[in-house]
Write a protein that binds this ligand. Structure first.
Ligand code: HEM
Length: 468
């Protein structure tokens, strides 16, 4: 009995000790802090730092050169801020999960103003936890399983509109992701101002990555005006919903029913925030999937066969003719393609946090106020974590990756609450794309464009046509 008890108590204690020992960060005393060196690295030009190098070269090259030269923790200067980049799974987990209280989420003030200061990304503590529960309630599997038919209708319509045309794949995927986001936020409400909402959102988006100069006529100033208008539009939708007094199983319903009550501004900031978080991310993963499938005919064939089997069963069976939640669980090959695309493309190379106090990590000082960037891309491309990491090989996901080595949706309290919806909308689109369409590159140029998102060149111009 005693040995059993000892092992029951000692084993978890030892494990805890080992886990804790592996990656530790602590606040150094002010005397120690002065003596600690900063991590190795280069800070580039005054103010500009290395921003230009980062956003004009292949991020795989930028980050791997840095890592080769300086190791798995190094300093740099980008977007006007001194930064420490960390690229080990342990360090990423420490920053995002185990010692997350030392590192707060951080965005430039101009981005906060554009999206809305009360949006979930910028928050910490109780308000963040409350918002997160509300957002998760709208996007967890039980909430979205009823949305498959609606998403399928959006996918069919999108694909139909591409038939026989040369399209910019990324732009079209953005439109698709936007419509799915609107469906999951507002449900199927016939909202009269939806076109105006789209126009304002597009103007906002154009200003998001521009210089934050708020002078008449600049992209930024137009975006600020569009943001105000978006607030008014959401207020109109809210009053329409309140008059209707119907219960709704969408994000707007979830935000309106919040127990401690959210203000209209808080609701608007979070709706605009969710549209923003869901659109370019999902669209760029889908664009990469189209590219990788085109380059790997045997993988495309395997995905097509998997999807055709589901289609055949539906045609011959007596049950539901439309895709169901259960069907999306019969797509292991397609799911592995999505996972592998998210690993290879690593569309979010990193995320931003800020040290809220001086932190000592691996014998280095991370000074208070410096940005700390866990590098998802390096973790996903490290041969320590993935054999032959540059190869597109979905079969590697037949075995679960090692803990903390695969985090396309982040990790910890700010990890992506929309990940189930993102996977669902990708599966649904891929079902119809592979069973009913063929596509080929239009134009001869192939390559990659950088910043802020890494994308196939020119958004991947393609010609799609219906299979005969
Ligand atoms: C393939 C598509 C997507 C990818 C790769 C992705 C990735 C991520 C990542 C890495 C984060 C964490 C950022 C951080 O820790 O700083 C995040 C957060 C977030 N994502 Fe996604 N996302 C995707 C789609 C979506 C969708 C469809 C939605 C909504 C329906 C969504 C809503 C959000 C929200 C609201 C947050 C902030 C969570 C918080 O701060 O607590 N995302 N996403």
């Amino acid at each position: 009995m005693l040995p059993l008890l000892l092992s029951l108590v000692l084993f978890p204690l030892c494990l805890l000790y080992l886990l804790h020992r592996r990656a530790r960060a602590k606040k150094p005393s002010s005397a120690t802090a002065h003596k600690l060196p900063l991590p190795p690295g280069s800070m580039g030009w005054p103010y500009i730092g290395e921003t230009f190098q980062l956003y004009s070269s292949n991020p795989n090259t930028f980050f791997s050169l840095k890592q080769k030269k300086y190791g798995r923790i190094f300093k740099t200067h980008i977007l006007g801020c001194p930064c420490v980049m960390v690229s080990s799974p342990e360090a990423a987990r420490l920053v995002l999960v185990t010692q997350a209280q030392m590192f707060k989420p951080t965005y430039p003030a101009s981005k906060e103003r554009l999206l809305g200061p009360k949006a979930i990304f910028f928050q910490q503590g109780n308000y963040h936890a409350r918002l997160r529960r509300i957002v998760l309630r709208a996007f967890m599997p039980d909430a979205i399983r009823g949305k498959v038919a609606g998403i399928e209708a959006v996918a069919i319509q999108a694909l139909h509109s591409w038939d026989g045309r040369n399209i910019n794949t990324f732009q079209e995927m953005k439109t698709y992701a936007f419509h799915v986001a609107l469906l999951s936020i507002f449900g199927k409400d016939e909202i009269s101002c939806i076109d105006e909402l789209k126009q304002c959102y597009y103007t906002l988006e154009k200003g998001y990555n521009s210089m934050p100069i708020n002078l008449p006529g600049t992209l930024f100033s137009n975006a600020m005006k569009a943001r105000k208008q978006l607030g008014r539009i959401v207020a109109d939708i809210l009053s329409y919903r309140r008059q209707k007094k119907a219960e709704a199983d969408d994000l707007l319903g979830s935000l309106m029913e919040a127990k401690q009550g959210l203000t209209d501004d808080q609701i608007a900031d979070n709706i605009i925030g969710v549209i923003f978080a869901s659109r370019d991310t999902t669209a760029s993963v889908l664009t990469w999937i189209v590219k990788y499938l085109g380059e790997n005919p045997s993988i495309l064939q395997a995905v097509t066969e998997e999807q055709e089997e589901i289609m055949r069963d539906k045609e011959m069976g007596e049950g539901e003719k439309y895709l169901t939640w259960a069907d999306t669980k019969r797509m292991p090959m397609t799911s592995k393609v999505i996972q592998e695309t998210m690993r290879v493309a690593s569309i979010l190379s990193f995320t931003f946090r800020e040290a809220v106090e001086d932190v000592e990590y691996e014998g280095y000082l991370i000074p208070k106020g410096w940005k700390v960037l866990p590098l998802f891309r390096n973790i996903h491309h490290s041969p320590d974590n993935f054999t032959d990491p540059e190869k597109f090989d979905p079969s590697r996901f037949e075995v679960a990756p090692k803990a903390n080595t695969f985090m396309p949706f982040g990790n910890g309290t700010h990890s992506c609450p929309g990940n189930e919806l993102a996977k669902l909308e990708m599966l649904v689109l891929l079902h119809h794309l592979t069973t009913k369409y063929r596509w080929s590159m239009s134009g001869s140029e192939s390559g990659i464009q950088y910043g802020p998102f890494v994308l196939p060149l020119h958004g991947l111009p393609m010609r799609f046509s219906r299979k005969t």
